[in-house]
Design a protein around this ligand. Sequence first.
Ligand code: ADP
Length: 397
Amino acid sequence: MPENGGSGDSGGGDRGTHGASIELENLTKRYPDSPDPAVDNVNLRIRAGETVVLVGPSGCGKSTTLKMINRLIEPTGGRIRIDGEDVTGMDPVRLRRKVGYAIQSSGLFPHMTVAQNIALVPRMLGWPKARIRERVEEMLHLVGLDPGEFRGRYPRRLSGGQQQRVGVARALAADPPVLLMDEPFGAVDPITREHLQDELVRLQTELRKTIVFVTHDLDEAIRLGDRIAVLRERSHIAQFDTPQAILANPADDFVSGFVGSGAALKRLSLTRVRDVRITGCPTAGVDTPLPQIFGRLRGSRTKEVLLLDRQRRPWRWLRRGDLVRARGSLARAGTPVRSTVTRDATLRDLLEAVLTDRAGRVAVTGRDGEYAGVVDVDGLMDSVHELLEGDARGGRR
Ligand code: ADP
């Protein structure tokens, strides 16, 4: 019987189906002709709605473990349960309704348009045509691609990043509670990659799917994972914990070796600007009378005032001498604000911005670019020390 695939009414509120728990129980894979199992007795419990990243050196069995969850690879031993239901012997077509899958280089079919690629699983499940069309539009919006521009294109006419977005849209099309991602951003350039990682974090706060993500890149694992499983050979779990706990207290030499040096710097990617103390500085608008600006300058600890434009966006940094030199013309006075960070940026982005700012401070902005505060080197240092001390005391997110 065809399934109608009604996403909006299937349990998880407006944004469709939320995540399901996954349990791997003594999961094992032996390839024929290999003396050792590729995956040996893995036990892992993943909570509904969390992102778990499997990270470890090449060949340790990450991909094999992942592909057993949707049975692209058949286990030779053990069980897989999704939301308590044993799926180890389930018909793979039914299983794919529960489990979306995205891979490196997007895995799009080159002879199909973007829309046909995204529609693949819903078609397989027998959704009505109108519903599929609607869903394709919805998915393109979700991953930030304009349907009018992209639905009819072929994959070769997309950038690597756009292909990857379509890959994610395809994986989510049938609204599965579980999403498996196998090095999905492995083949794109580092900047696009960070962008896609941030987008995935944003998507996940909306969708609350259960995501199992494979990578060999610890930085990626730290950015994305609610919890990280560090794997050694044969998928043995060396440590399964939050990124903070793994960075602060690696379980053994293998994990410390994998984390390597620079744990404090990696820690910065884990905290967002909105989670630390942001101070203010005196501000002025383009219509603020000069005597008032001089008054605020006198009261300013840093002897600076931040001039905001009419949309209250940071515009120019002003000092007393600047105003005198510009003979009171605010549009020419002071130094233009070159970089700002949003509340959603990581502390690593903030550090970069503060380090490259000559005066060692940076304005923080809200969703529409409006002024939200200022962070300087001293403030940033204090926040970082607090975080590291919190981690060392065993603080968890
Ligand atoms: P990872 O994803 O961590 O790089 P894989 O899961 O791809 O590791 O591989 C784990 C181990 O299983 C490796 O030693 C690999 O050589 C072996 N392996 C993977 N696929 C096959 C296969 N089809 N036949 C035999 N051995 C395989």
